[in-house]
Design a protein. Structure first.
Length: 237
């Protein structure tokens, strides 16, 4: 599993989430996205996705028969999406889970048009940006699962920013939680358990391909409110 941090953050912000997932048996890895002052993630999403692609290739050399899971917080989810959709990452990635990621853009990012040269990736997260238009949900490969987890209490990336489009495929899923701000995704044991449940629910790629081949048409993505669902009893792999 590769964890991707968000805008103006460093890999250290993911330490708590990595520790919780590690205690459940997951092997987690980080990638340093660098950026502002050589430390904080601020470069264009396209450049950062290429850094992720290089990191994935290094991991694959040590695990040649495995597909990798990506978990991205905030902008990290968009970086993961760009890698999967534009850099041929679909053959390497099994499941992309995003946490408070502005798939539809966030109004907070409009300020990026004022500081574009210093923080170029900020304006890419504004609603209707060329990047977000290019990452359309209907072009996300159906061989990879995409799960968007978001919170009603997130002031920076509310549900309207994070919801995937309806009717674009069974490989797309929205999960809305009732409480928690933008950083709670990184510190909450409950969010960690939701991530585990979703990763454990993924069908083997061959089964998914067979099912889609006989489906005849795509089904709409599932919208789940986790407060009303019974957690999976599956154990972490």
């Amino acid at each position: 599993m590769l964890l991707l941090h968000g805008f103006l953050a460093t890999p250290r912000v993911l330490d708590g989430l990595a520790a919780r997932l590690g205690r459940s048996g997951y092997c987690t890895h980080h990638v340093d996205l660098g950026g502002l002052f050589g430390r904080f993630n601020a470069r264009p999403v396209e450049e950062l996705a290429r850094v992720v692609a290089e990191r994935v290739e290094r991991l694959i050399r040590h695990h040649p028969r495995e597909r990798i899971d990506l978990v991205g917080h905030s902008e990290g989810g968009l970086i993961g999406r760009y890698y999967v959709q534009k850099l041929n990452g679909a053959h390497r990635v099994r499941h992309l889970v995003t946490l408070g990621t502005p798939h539809r853009g966030t109004p907070w990012a409009y300020s990026g048009y004022l500081v574009g040269r210093v923080l170029p990736s900020l304006r890419q997260m504004a609603p209707g940006s060329p990047l977000l238009r290019d990452l359309a949900d209907d072009s996300f490969p159906d061989s990879v699962r995409l799960t968007s987890i978001y919170s009603q209490g997130d002031p920076f990336c509310p549900p309207s920013s994070c919801r995937l489009e309806d009717g674009r495929g069974a490989h797309l899923k929205n999960i809305e939680v009732a409480r928690g701000g933008h950083l709670v995704f990184l510190s909450s044991a409950r969010i960690s358990s939701i991530i585990q449940r979703e990763l454990e629910s993924v069908e083997p790629p061959s089964a998914a391909i067979s099912r889609l081949a006989h489906a005849g048409s795509l089904h709409p993505p599932v919208m789940a409110t986790v407060d009303r669902r019974t957690p999976s009893s599956a154990r972490a792999a």
